[in-house]
Design a protein around this ligand. Structure first.
Ligand SMILES: [Zn+2]
Ligand SMILES: [Zn+2]
Length: 400
């Protein structure tokens, strides 16, 4: 019998868990209340449970019927965002943080998969490792867990890794979507400090105005994207912070901006970093100023293994029907630290549509204070993760 049937019986429990986590969100890598709720929900299951030491993660290993069999890793992220919730949900958070990225649903779906697979433990042709990861939003959680040995926590490196991300605005409710190869972008952080000479706002010719130069650089970077990069190998740069000056008639000493840069190919990533350095220095020099450029690689692209992608597509099509599957025509320019798991273990990451609207394009985007998610889809999320684990184990150690 497919896991879908049993997952539907669990739905109310999963919704309660999701809403309890939603009402008490925690940000970053120290999430003691979320960790306690996960441990509570896993209580009584035949799992080998370990807690993180450098972050409040939970790793739970389910030993199946074949000790020689493969190992599948299922990961759910746990952390919230520093957003003041305005969703209007009756279970809204009141503590200044919010599960605006839906990680509360991810926790509940993975708990559901653990419940479903535990009930059929003897039938499993190998082991399953459930990973609950803090710190996705700050980009450091996966790296810390890998550093702490999560990839050998079950005694061996996993054969395959899967995860899902809910999304209300990107795909219609109930749709499962992914693509082979690059699924999501890399994410880099650019900080530029323009160093000038301060002075009186009435006599700019006696000063070296960093704000004017900073504005020229910000505009020029957008020109770099459109004039120097292939439109089919995308680059996105967004300047999210500009800082400088104290009042309108004072030319400050320096001004700074911060940006996020997204690319999907290594070539575009390398070229944009190089071009940015040259452009910032040269524009500043041309005006007699100096620019300090800091370019930090944050996350690599999230890359699905092509064979694992096909396996997921087949599973979704068989379990939920072909009408529920969408192959994304292009990558999503968001970034995701599950990328680090997928760089170490072949696997696939999947989006699950959770819009509360019939027309999903009306839904607020992820991270918005008004973001809402239809948690009735949790049963399908849990069933999918359980099906992927059980079916992948049945295929053995070979690459699928
Ligand atoms: Zn997010
Ligand atoms: Zn997220």
């Amino acid at each position: 019998m497919p896991f879908r049937h049993d997952a539907n019986l669990l739905l109310n429990e999963l919704i309660s868990l999701r809403r309890a986590i939603h009402a008490e969100p925690e940000v970053g890598i120290d999430l003691p209340h979320t960790q306690a709720k996960i441990l509570g929900a896993l209580q009584g299951l035949p799992l080998e449970i370990t807690r993180g030491t450098s972050l409040s993660s939970v790793t739970a290993v389910l030993r199946g019927g074949d000790p020689e069999g493969p190992l599948v890793l299922i990961r759910g992220d746990m952390d919230a965002l520093p957003v003041t919730e305005a969703s209007g949900e009756p279970f809204s958070s009141g503590n200044g943080a919010m599960h605006a990225c839906g990680h509360d649903l991810h926790v509940a779906a993975v708990v559901g998969a653990a419940r479903l697979l535990s009930a059929r433990r003897e039938e499993l042709a190998g082991d399953v490792q459930f990973v609950f990861q803090p710190g996705e939003e700050i980009g450091g959680g996966a790296a810390l867990m890998i550093q702490d040995g999560v990839l050998t926590a079950a005694g061996r490196v996993p054969d395959a890794a899967y995860g899902l991300h809910v999304h209300s605005g990107y795909v219609p409710a109930g749709t499962l979507a992914s693509r082979p190869g690059t699924l999501m972008a890399s994410s880099d952080k650019l900080t530029v400090r323009v160093l000038g000479v301060g002075g009186h706002g009435s006599q700019p010719h006696l000063a070296k105005d960093p704000i004017h130069v900073l504005c020229e650089i910000v505009i020029a970077l957008q020109g770099t994207v459109t004039r120097h990069f292939d439109v089919f190998d995308p680059v996105v740069i967004t300047v999210g912070v500009i800082e400088g000056g104290s009042r309108g008639n004072v030319i400050p000493q320096h001004a700074t901006f911060e940006a996020t840069v997204r690319t999907v190919s290594a070539a575009a990533r390398t070229k944009f970093e190089r071009d940015t350095n040259v452009l910032c220095q040269h524009i500043a020099e041309a005006r007699g100023l100096r620019a300090d450029v800091e370019y930090l690689h944050d996350l690599p692209p999230t890359t699905n293994d092509t064979n694992e992608y096909r396996f997921v597509q087949e599973t979704v099509t068989e379990v939920f029907g072909p009408e529920r599957w969408v192959m994304m025509p292009h990558p999503h320019m968001g970034a995701e630290d599950f990328a680090l798991f997928l760089n170490a273990v072949p696997g696939c990451y999947v989006f699950l549509g959770t819009s509360v609207f019939d027309d999903h394009t009306q839904a607020s985007d992820l991270h918005a204070a008004t973001a809402r998610f239809d948690d009735r889809w949790l049963a399908d999320g849990a069933a999918l993760l359980a099906e992927l684990a059980a079916r992948r184990l049945a295929r053995g150690h070979v690459r699928v």
